[in-house]
Design a protein around this ligand. Structure first.
Ligand code: PLP
Length: 444
């Protein structure tokens, strides 16, 4: 960031404005203003920027307080799985802790094995792995968009937005379509004259916990010659292909939203990661071999970034085995734990946007100004959640997000349910009846 910009816009002579600027620090103040609520929470709240001193299963200790962790994204519990933990040292003995070549230079054969097994699991033409989804968005979105037009889901994840910003800096145009609204996308694409079109959106949404209607979006994209780019960070490993013998409505094999919606990969690029359901630092893009070959020479992280540690590569490979043998049973347990929480909210008449039954349950507050107090009550009752404060979410969606994992016990879910009952009793949570008549601090 150039610190000179405010000076050159000022009409005050540079020599006179310099001390004033030093004391005002406008580049800091702008952000403190925007992130003030979050900054205040971070500075004082035990559930923000916390130091976790110890874990025991899905219980975590912060200072003297033990809490049931409902903020983990380790949906299948692979982070605590004995079979996975005990398999990793043999990989370290063979490969050391870290490869440290950029992928263009060379990759341990583990990468080939991962990409082959992943491609088979997804049923895609090919796949390429890179360290994180953020790396993929920042490098692949600008490549696929070129100097064309990106149609961006208005509620897409921040990392997709950032990828689109890089694309814009390289000459692409960005237009936003309304969340969960394929008709609006259709309208925008119909009016567009640019022949290069990329549609970017989330799979399972990280706040609502719902999946988009991929079939409807794919149909619109195909009709208008656009490529659909989907980030299913939260769906991969959790939801998968529907089968008559599936153990629960999440589907089978955890092979992500495209298969869950019974779509093909024609004109669809799927991006997701192993850092949530598979508990390993690695991410992937499922794409045609032609695109993979292009990415190997044009996507910066393949050329310049360091690779994932061996423990993560091993975690993914052993994770594939565990997924094939026990994954569907773990997903059944995950579905059951989630169902208990959703049933509780339903019984209490408390609103959540979750209509899918997937394990992300956002619970908005009646009064966004109560976020600090509500978070403290949850902390005192031994329940750890993600606080969704402004500006992480719009003010009328301020609340907290609960994530279930297969490693959460029924006793931990009991603790969560007791805390939800208490918050509902105190009138802190928004009821179903109030939805549509939302009060925020600005209109109170
Ligand atoms: C939808 C979505 N996309 C991308 C990311 C970032 O993933 P990564 O840590 O692999 O960069 C997240 C992280 O929470 C996410 O929820």
């Amino acid at each position: 960031m150039s610190l000179r910009a405010p000076v050159s816009r000022s009409r005050v002579p540079v020599h006179a404005s310099a001390p004033l600027l030093r004391s005002r620090r406008p580049w800091v103040e702008h952000w403190l203003d925007t992130c003030g609520d979050l900054q205040a929470l971070k500075a004082s709240h035990p559930m923000m920027d916390a130091v976790i001193d110890e874990i025991d299963g899905r219980m975590i200790r912060i200072g003297d307080q033990w809490l049931a962790d409902f903020a983990s994204c380790n949906y299948l519990g692979f982070d605590l799985d004995r079979e996975i933990i005990e398999s990793i040292p043999a990989y370290l003995d063979t490969w050391g802790t870290h490869p440290s070549w950029s992928r263009l230079l060379g990759s341990p054969v583990l990468y080939e094995e991962i990409e082959a097994r992943l491609t088979e699991l997804l049923g895609s033409e090919d796949s390429l792995v890179l360290p994180t989804i953020t790396h993929i968005h920042m490098s692949v979105i600008p490549l696929l968009a070129a100097s064309g037009t990106i149609f961006l889901d208005a509620r897409a994840h921040k990392t997709i937005y950032d990828g689109c910003q890089v694309a814009r800096a390289r000459g692409a145009a960005v237009k936003r379509f309304r969340f969960e609204d394929p008709d609006h996308l259709d309208e925008l694409l119909r009016a567009e004259r640019d022949p290069t079109r990329l549609v970017c959106m989330d799979g399972v949404n990280s706040m609502t916990g719902n999946a988009p209607d991929i079939r409807a979006f794919a149909a619109v994209a195909r009709e208008h010659g656009a490529l659909l780019y989907v980030d299913d960070a939260h769906g991969f490993g959790v939801i998968g292909e529907r089968r008559p013998d599936e153990l629960c409505a999440y589907g089978a094999r955890g092979n992500s939203v495209v298969r869950h919606c019974d779509e093909t990969y024609d004109d669809i690029v799927l991006v997701a990661g192993f850092s949530k359901a598979y508990s390993s630092l690695l991410a992937f893009i499922a794409c045609p071999t032609e695109v993979k070959d292009l990415l190997k020479v044009a996507a910066a992280p393949y050329l310049y970034s360091g690779p994932s540690p061996i423990a993560s590569l091993a975690g993914v490979l052993v994770g594939f085995d565990v997924n094939e043998r026990r994954g569907d049973e773990l997903r059944r347990v995950l579905r059951e734990r989630t169902r208990r929480v959703l049933d509780c909210l339903h019984r209490l008449g408390i609103h959540t946007p979750n209509q899918s039954g997937f394990p992300i349950v956002e619970i908005p507050l009646r009064d966004d100004r109560r976020i600090d107090a509500v978070g403290r009550l949850l902390f005192e009752r031994g329940v750890y959640v993600t606080l969704a404060a402004y500006p992480l979410v719009p003010r009328d969606e301020v609340g907290f997000r609960v994530q279930l994992t297969a490693a959460n016990t029924d006793t931990e879910v009991d603790m969560l349910i007791a805390a939800l009952e208490e918050l509902a009793e105190r009138g802190e949570l928004r009821t179903e009846d109030e939805v549509g008549f939302v009060l925020t601090s600005s209109d109170r």
